[in-house]
Write a protein that binds this ligand. Structure first.
Ligand code: PBG
Length: 337
């Protein structure tokens, strides 16, 4: 960037451009709109049933009919994508994770129900085995080892039934090597060439996923940690290599996860590759803001909007956030700061 010589004070006064909302909005470098948001929700069995997630104040697990209501709400608020996550009954969790490719599992049923009423609403599904795995891991486990190549076959089956159910965007979140290429080729081979892939490319082994694992009922099952496949928090160059590989294998969009503690990664990835880059403001980040707000320690609405705008400033195209409906309501469906 060309750096002009700035006029000295008092000829230059930065505060001229901060005097009122009109001028501040005029010169704003980034904006947050409901169109930037992806709303992740949790599903459960039953009818007309919702159940609070203790560690995520304001977030419920919803039965499929209530998930369809939520999709209507999203559409009215201008939110373009719903991401669906299942709370799977423990009796359906097995070491081979076969519930993951059951065409009638919870996420596939919910996808069909949402697309039947709201064909325009984009539905995103996670491709990973953890909600269905009695070991709680994202991959198949043998003798305590998470198996890469065997897991790829399972992910391929899971991805195909999800595409068949009508999912618009698949989000491989498992961090197995080679999964984007395997899934992309399977989709092309089965006439799902329009199905998009948003790769969880730079996904870190993070303590901020705790409340999510409660929400999907994976905390109890998980033995050990996910550090042999999710990334080390110390690394940044490695994130660029992961993203490069996923793009080469056929990802349409990439993601950095968690969000706020990894804003540096968001900025590097978005700047380096110029592909649509998303941040996942994860469950622990939600819990921190919502919990502090509940206690009256911070202004929850303002902190939430500030945190979401930060991702836009870092160069992200959009954000997955449990705050999506609340943020969209505050933004009034309008492009505003
Ligand atoms: C599972 C998955 C996780 C999240 C999204 N998909 C958890 C994990 O990897 O343990 C976390 C989302 C959140 O914390 O909000 N593959």
């Amino acid at each position: 960037m060309m750096r002009p010589t700035f006029a000295p004070f008092p000829l230059a006064r930065s505060r001229r451009l901060r005097r009122n909302p009109m001028i501040r909005n005029l010169v704003a470098e980034s904006r947050l709109t409901p169109a930037d948001l992806i709303w992740p929700i949790f599903l459960r069995d039953g009818n007309n049933t919702h159940e609070p997630v203790a560690s995520m104040p304001g977030v419920d697990r919803l039965s499929v009919d209530l998930a369809v209501d939520a999709a209507h709400e999203a559409a009215e608020l201008g939110i373009p994508v719903m991401a669906l996550f299942p709370y799977t009954d423990p009796s359906l969790k097995t070491p081979d994770c076969q519930e993951a490719w059951n065409p009638d599992n919870l996420v596939n049923r919910a996808t069909r129900a949402i697309k039947a009423e709201l064909p325009e609403m984009l539905v995103m599904l996670d491709v990973a085995l953890d909600p269905y795995n009695s070991d709680g891991h994202d991959g198949l486990v043998r003798d305590g080892v998470i198996l890469n190549d065997e897991t790829l076959e399972a992910l391929e089956r899971q991805a195909l039934v999800q595409a068949e159910a009508g999912a618009d965007i698949l989000g491989p979140s498992d961090m197995m090597d080679g999964r984007i290429g395997v899934i992309r080729r399977a989709l092309e081979g089965h006439e799902y060439s329009d199905t998009m892939i948003m790769a969880y490319s730079a996904k870190y082994a993070s303590a901020f996923y705790g409340p999510f694992r409660d929400a999907v009922g994976a905390s109890g099952a998980l033995k050990g940690d996910k550090k042999t496949y999710q990334m080390d928090a110390a690394n940044s160059d490695e994130a660029l290599r992961e993203v490069a590989r996923d793009i080469e294998e056929g990802a349409d969009m990439v993601m950095v996860k968690p969000g706020m503690p990894y804003l540096d990664i968001c900025q590097r990835v978005a700047g380096e590759f110029g592909v649509p880059t998303f941040a996942y403001q994860v469950s622990g980040e939600y819990a921190m803001i919502a919990g502090a707000a509940e206690n009256g320690w911070i202004d929850g609405d303002k902190a939430m909007l500030e945190s979401l705008l930060a991702f836009k400033r870092a160069g992200c195209a959009g954000i997955l956030s449990y705050f999506a409906p609340r943020a969209a309501r505050l933004l009034g469906g309008q492009a505003t700061k």
